[in-house]
Design a protein around this ligand. Structure first.
Ligand code: DC
Length: 222
């Protein structure tokens, strides 16, 4: 029997990496819910809509399509925006746009519909608390802001993206604050979530931690 897995936590804690690993281990599908907020943000930037203009954001949501392919590429109104949604401008903007209730309500409906047949791993901020409160396994993945900034720096170096170390750390902390203190569906640990601190764990060690919980639930994997 397939289950659903919710992975929540702050940015750069390793949610997406671990969600992809678990998806291949279990033969499940991965849904990156943050990518959906990023698509909404990219469209708002392109249409010159302010991130706090609830009315315009809400009507923009009626005319927007977001889809994924099996390789994890993200499409906004049919255009592959997988790279365009990863800029710092979009990251910070997504944290602002995600405060808007009508944006959240529309995305949550889509996310719930996608995962209704089980066999999904969703990562985000409100998966265990709002999107899938009945998920059989909930992971709350955290890491120190220093460890998360170091990961971002490594990623930027590998991709040859210019960066300022101080700004990376400041942005991580600003986004944590906003995501945890907003009015609607703030980032928080669901009561029944298992908290894992990934600061000092390798990806393999993290996967082993999750395997322990899959074993506990009697879920088979390769
Ligand atoms: O996971 P991410 O960094 O791609 O998410 C970008 C922003 O989107 C994040 O700062 C807050 C918002 N978000 C959210 O509010 N709820 C989610 N389920 C996922 C992301």
């Amino acid at each position: 029997m397939k289950i659903n897995i919710a992975i929540d936590g702050p940015s750069a804690a390793g949610k997406s990496t671990i969600a992809k690993k678990c998806a291949s281990l279990l033969g499940y599908s991965h849904l990156d819910t943050g990518a959906m907020y990023r698509c909404v943000t990219l469209k708002a930037i392109r249409e010159n809509i302010a991130f706090d203009d609830e009315e315009k954001l809400s009507s923009m949501m009626n005319n927007l399509s977001i889809s994924f392919d099996s390789n994890g590429n993200v499409y906004l109104d049919g255009e592959d925006v997988s790279l365009l949604i990863r800029t710092n401008e979009v990251s910070m903007g997504a944290s602002d746009v995600s405060k808007c209730l009508s944006v959240r309500e529309k995305l949550v409906k889509i996310q719930q519909k996608i995962a209704e047949n089980k066999g999904y791993i969703l990562d985000g901020r409100d998966v265990g608390t709002v999107i899938l409160p009945d998920a059989e396994l909930k992971i709350y993945l955290i890491a120190s802001s220093k460890a998360r900034a170091e990961r971002r720096i490594k990623e930027y170096k590998e991709k040859n993206i210019p960066f300022d170390e101080k700004v990376i750390l400041e942005d991580i902390e600003k986004r944590d604050y906003q995501d945890m203190h907003r009015e609607h569906s703030p980032l928080m640990k669901a009561e029944d979530a298992v908290e894992i601190d990934s600061s000092d764990l390798s990806i393999d060690e993290l996967v082993n931690e999750i395997k322990k919980h899959l074993d506990r639930l009697g879920v088979h994997y390769d």
